[in-house]
Design a protein around this ligand. Sequence first.
Ligand SMILES: Cc1cc2nc3c(=O)[nH]c(=O)nc-3n(C[C@H](O)[C@H](O)[C@H](O)COP(=O)(O)OP(=O)(O)OC[C@H]3O[C@@H](n4cnc5c(N)ncnc54)[C@H](O)[C@@H]3O)c2cc1C
Length: 495
Amino acid sequence: MAKRKKVAVIGGGVSGLAAAKAFDERGHRVVGFERSHDFGGVWELSRSYPDVQTQSPKDLYCYTDHPMPDDYPEWPKGPQVHAYLHSYADKHNLQRLFRLNTNVASMDRRSDGQPGWTLMLDSGGQHWTEDFDFVAIGTGQFSDKNIITHPGQESFEAAGGQVMHSSEYTDPSVVKGKRVVVLGGSKSATDIAVNAVKNGARSVHWVYRERMWRIPYFVGGINFKRLLYMRAQEQQFNSWGRTGLQRTIATLFKPLVWANFRGLETLLKVQLGLKKHNLVPKVPIEKDISCSVPIVTPGLFETLNDGTLKNIEGTYDRYDGKTIHMTTGEKVEADVSILAVGWKMGVPYLPQEYQDKLIESDGQYRTYRLSVNPDLPDMGFVGFNSSFCTILSAEMIANWLVRYADGQLEQQPTAAQMNENIDMMLNWKRHERPAAQIYGGQCSAPFHFKHLDELLADMGAKKNKRSNPLAEQFSYPSHKAYGEYLASCRQYQAV
Ligand SMILES: Cc1cc2nc3c(=O)[nH]c(=O)nc-3n(C[C@H](O)[C@H](O)[C@H](O)COP(=O)(O)OP(=O)(O)OC[C@H]3O[C@@H](n4cnc5c(N)ncnc54)[C@H](O)[C@@H]3O)c2cc1C
């Protein structure tokens, strides 16, 4: 029998909401903490740049019991996702569980000798502590800005230049009539560069270190969800834990797999005109696919084609007054420099001794199922299993984590089993699939099915596949189907 616990949920984004619902549903006493004034995390309106929209199609970016509204477009805009997350919180009455404007400053093991953690909390100038039996962490991978500076930044600013992190680009009027340079290779970089062109910037340069494969919303006229989110496609990547037989089959099919990916590369090169813009990546596409693979910003290739956006492969060397010197030797005159250089992944509220157990010296996280570490008892991560359908992965891991916390997994792992699996996964990431090391190794893409299969097996799901094997091979992970699979896991109540 599971004992009712007092559970802290840290973060009120996609993952915090999923965690609060999963623990509340099992009868635990949940208290959620969100440091901002509102739910939504990266989708909270003051954090979103203009024109932001999802990379995932809407039926791949929703909770299992709550599809996005019919009148939303296939790739909803930021404010629509934000409204959707609010509607999910309303549907499950999650607001009653959360304390907004409340920051978790730090946490430590409980001093009263009970299992669990004491959280150090701040809100409105007040500081206090509170004890919890279990902590579900949903603080995301994009909570702390990666701030970088280049030599000479003061001279740029003294000359009237403006430097900002991508998340500070919320008002496009700052670029009107200005010479803009955007640094970074991610989708936010190209979103902002195209937005600056559309909003009357005098010139826009996009500077990136490496070429990356970018996936258009439609590949050869077909919505990419119908091509790239399938078991049949996923099985062509070198996943972890393959048996001898699976490796032999992979070797036999290698020429076909090779031809499939070369075909996809050719299609992308032709469709996007990658050669013309010197944007053909050097890494084969099958080695590159991970959570960091961007979707093509609408308008990116159109603005490159008409010359309103110029691309430079390199990075900043230094600023000199209003001139930005690139590592390529090029010099670009600029008024606004937007650094789309991402976020620092971390768990700053965890004491160093626990961070040392969690994060290896090369930045790789030691987590079982991308959620828990046997040396950090009574806590687990939700949404650190990011993917191309993060709402679904967050909801699945939230349901897994509550069962783990309650000792109710059908396959409840021992510490030794977890450590053995963690070591196997780290070895795979370091030696067989370097792309999987992105975000501290906390990314389940492109192995959505395999990861979700493992979670469902752990939870003892009676159903984890569609009954039609052909449909199962060639369909994307549907939220409805995963709702059914979750419902087929053993249900229980903590008392
Ligand atoms: C522009 C953009 C587009 C994206 N598009 C997609 C997409 O199409 N598909 C997809 O799968 N993923 C996408 N993502 C990834 C996205 O991050 C996830 O889908 C998801 O929103 C992450 O939710 P989260 O709750 O895990 O983290 P977050 O949204 O980062 O939320 C974490 C929350 O924790 C709070 N918090 C942090 N530290 C503390 C603390 N110490 N105390 C209290 N609260 C704290 C933060 O304020 C924040 O609200 C996108 C990301 C961005 C930035």
